[in-house]
Design a protein around this ligand. Structure first.
Ligand SMILES: O=C(O)CCC(=O)C(=O)O
Length: 270
């Protein structure tokens, strides 16, 4: 496409068309940015065909389980890879493997949580400032540095010690182009370095917030302790995201991540 000045407009080349060494270099820069700022964006990791395949699998899923929660303003699928096992192989593309190797250079990460969020066009769903501080585990246990605990049905969550929260990297795969009109996350750069921040302290941090637009097929990487929020949608486009959390941390005793899947050569498996 030519601009009015006659200069050629170049679309950035998606990472899925670049050589492995370029990809590795960009992943390494993103890992550094993630450690420093608590977030980073990697565009062009999934091809349009891969995204279409993921969406087809999600759309065909049987939705009767209580983990599928649909309202006018949001459709969420909790325990996504437990509910739709076909996604386990589809998600773990060679490029996602490269991303994980770059983010966890010295250890083998596990998938510890997966959620699908569809914020439909015009959705009123907004998410207030928060950090993701609770982890989902298999049962309650009397452990130093773990707590408070919450239980609802068979769902048990706990606030773990900081080392566990710091071990988690969130990888949000965007299935649609996402900008400020359809619910791009806002984050406070560097807030992950301040531990758990009390709600009444959030206003000291949020004036420094930045917005994180991500093109379809791109990843937003985030530390769970990064303060984040998202707005209502004023767009006619949906914002569909697969939210994955990875960690290489072992939990103590027989406490275990509730959704634990190993990253293997076949995909993500029990
Ligand atoms: O997807 C969103 O807009 C918000 C999700 C979120 O904040 C979270 O999963 O912690």
């Amino acid at each position: 496409m030519k601009s009015t000045t006659g200069r050629q407009h170049r679309q950035p080349i998606p990472l899925y068309l670049m050589s492995s060494s370029v990809l590795q270099n960009l992943i390494s820069q993103s890992a550094t940015a993630l450690a420093q700022n608590g977030y980073a964006i990697l565009a062009g990791i999934y091809t349009p065909e891969e995204l279409a395949g993921l969406l087809r699998t999600i759309e065909r899923a049987e939705t009767s389980s209580p983990n599928f929660r649909r309202s006018q303003d949001v459709f969420a699928i909790r325990n996504l890879l437990g509910e739709i096992p076909a996604l386990r192989e589809q998600l773990l593309t060679p490029r996602l493997r490269e991303v994980l190797s770059g983010l966890f250079p010295d250890s083998q990460p596990y998938l510890v949580k997966a959620i699908y969020f569809d914020k439909p066009a015009g959705s009123n769903w907004l998410v207030a400032w928060h950090q993701d501080v609770m982890i989902r585990v298999n049962h309650r246990a009397d452990l130093p540095d773990y707590g408070p605990w919450t239980s609802k049905g068979d769902e048990v969550t706990v606030l773990p010690p900081p080392s566990v929260l710091e071990s988690i990297i969130t990888v949000r795969l965007h299935l649609d182009d996402c900008d400020e009109t359809n619910g791009a996350l806002r984050v406070v750069p560097g807030s992950h370095r301040h531990g758990v921040i009390a709600n009444d302290q959030h206003p000291h941090y949020t004036p420094r917030a930045v917005r994180c637009p991500v093109p379809a097929g791109g990843l937003m990487l985030m530390q769970p302790l990064t303060l984040h929020a998202s707005n209502r949608s004023t767009s006619s486009r949906p914002r569909r995201v697969i939210h994955l959390e990875f960690s290489a941390a072992e939990l103590p005793g027989d406490l275990q991540w509730r959704e634990l899947l190993a990253v293997t050569t076949e995909g993500l498996s029990c």
